[in-house]
Ligand binder design. Structure first.
Ligand SMILES: O=C(O)C(=O)C[C@@H](O)[C@H](O)[C@H](O)COP(=O)(O)O
Length: 366
């Protein structure tokens, strides 16, 4: 078992990583002394696999848990399901000391976290991430949000969980496509500032995805430690440090929005394509060596991730328009996370839209 602390003074919390955590969840949550009913938000797919184990462990710890089961998929991260989940929780009974448990992937974590941030002006929540992507990224750091017509994650809050339980056992039943999507966010930590970790990903990615437990545990723990350092340094993405975690996301979010969050691209797949685009743009601007961009593509392709956008994402101008809604936009200009090579990401505020248009045009022609 590994414990990583997210050090945020009075709001610090632990991310526990290991097997068997779902069975221990009740006791660990009870130690946080939630009041009244414990609200468990999950989706139908995760409920079939893991809800009973969680409910049994809550019951054994003397907690009365009420499940709220939502449809699986990005479409649940919406205004309508924000309302739906909020109303269900209010109807089942909630007080300031109540707690929400998010049992699921990034969609459930983001939605339930945003409901927690706004319910009675803020109640506690616990993340039990059931996808690789949620374990290594979205369950840690307190970014909670819903999507809107204008784009991804545009309405939300910074609201830290009280505890994160990353049970590696739940990955056993995760489809390979979901595991691969999580790998994109793992490799991203290497691409940002840790070239040795990227080389480790190149050497071990396939075996970790194929089921090597020790490698998976290493990948999750390394990623969570990397994220913990960044979140502790810049919780609200105000100094620029945390913005680096957005490598690949300005492009990736635009692709997801362009497809109407229809599930054609999982978030991690969009991030993999987005990282390739960030490297392409950096090469075009003479910032990064072409060999590094090729290495990134080769690694993603090797682990089974897409590296080019699918048909139907529109043209370069349509994607640029979607990027204008990115939360890093400053003074009307899109701020990009670019790179000087593997492990050398930086925030670029002066990128010309013409260069982005040209890079996107080339990519979309492929
Ligand atoms: O935690 C962060 O900060 C990140 O940027 C991590 C991203 O991988 C994550 O997908 C995040 O939710 C995207 O944030 P957003 O601010 O671009 O919505």
């Amino acid at each position: 078992m590994t414990d990583v602390t997210i050090a945020l003074d009075g709001r610090s919390y632990d991310v526990a990583i290991g097997r068997g955590l779902l069975e221990e969840a009740g006791a660990r949550i009870a130690a946080l002394k939630p009041k009244g009913v414990l609200h468990v938000a999950t989706d139908a797919t995760v409920a079939d696999l893991h809800l009973q184990a969680l409910l049994a462990s809550c019951e054994a710890a003397g907690l009365r848990a009420v499940p709220h089961i939502l449809p699986p998929g990005e479409a649940s991260k919406s205004w309508s399901f924000y309302e739906d989940l909020s109303e269900r929780i209010l109807a089942a009974g909630v007080e300031r000391g109540s707690m929400i448990v998010a049992l699921g992937g990034g969609v459930i974590g983001d939605l339930a976290g945003f409901v927690a941030a706004t319910m009675l002006r803020g109640i506690d929540f616990v993340q039990i991430p059931t996808t690789l992507l949620a374990q290594v990224d979205s369950s840690v750091g307190g970014k909670v949000a819903i999507d809107t017509k204008a784009g991804k994650n545009l309405v939300g809050a910074f609201w830290q969980p009280r505890l994160v339980l990353a049970d590696l056992g739940v990955l056993d039943s995760l489809p390979l496509r979901e595991l691969r999507a999580g790998w994109a966010e793992i490799a991203k930590y290497g691409l940002i500032d840790d070239p040795a970790f990227f080389a480790w990903c190149e050497a071990n990615g396939k075996a970790a995805l194929a089921g090597d437990d020790a490698l998976r545990a290493q990948a999750v723990a390394h990623s969570v430690r990397a994220k913990a350092r960044v979140v502790a340094a810049d919780e609200r993405e105000s100094s620029g440090v945390r913005a680096l975690l957005n490598l690949g996301h300005t492009f990736g979010h635009a692709l997801e929005s362009a497809l109407g969050f229809d599930g054609q691209l999982l978030h991690g797949e969009a991030v993999a394509i987005g990282c390739c685009m960030a490297f392409d743009l950096s090469v075009r601007l003479g910032l990064a060596p072409l060999e590094d961009a090729q290495r990134v593509r080769a690694h993603f392709a090797n682990v089974g991730l897409p590296t080019e956008p699918p048909a139907g994402v529109g043209d370069a101008d349509a994607l640029l328009a979607l990027m204008q809604t990115d939360k890093k936009v400053a003074d009307g200009r899109i701020v990009f996370v670019l790179t000087r090579g593997i492990g050398r990401a930086f925030v670029a505020r002066d990128v010309s839209p013409d260069d982005v248009r040209a890079m996107l045009g080339d990519t979309l022609k492929k």
